[in-house]
Design a protein around this ligand. Structure first.
Ligand SMILES: [Zn+2]
Length: 86
């Protein structure tokens, strides 16, 4: 399982992973970039543009998760993705 690269870990530690924050400050979006919010899980899915690690964020913390875990927690997102490819 991937644990993230230096760039996305730094991005997370800097607290600058929010695209809204980056846009407001006129900065490029630091990895990991936002993918999807699950209302049901109250979690947000992010993915590093550099190392492809999946990140799961809650209100106060985030961590790298396996793709299987991402597909379970964010089933709606992956379900939509599958439909879009049909
Ligand atoms: Zn990374």
């Amino acid at each position: 399982m991937k644990t993230g690269c230096e760039q996305c870990r730094n991005g997370v530690l800097s607290g600058m992973y929010s695209p809204e924050t980056a846009a407001r400050q006129g900065r490029p979006v630091a990895p990991p970039s936002f993918i999807y919010s699950s209302v049901a899980a109250r979690a947000h899915l992010y993915r590093c543009q550099i190392c492809d690690a999946w990140w799961e964020f809650y209100a106060r913390e985030g961590h790298v998760i396996a793709e299987d875990e991402a597909k379970t927690t964010f089933a709606e997102y992956f379900g939509k993705l599958k439909q879009a490819h049909r």
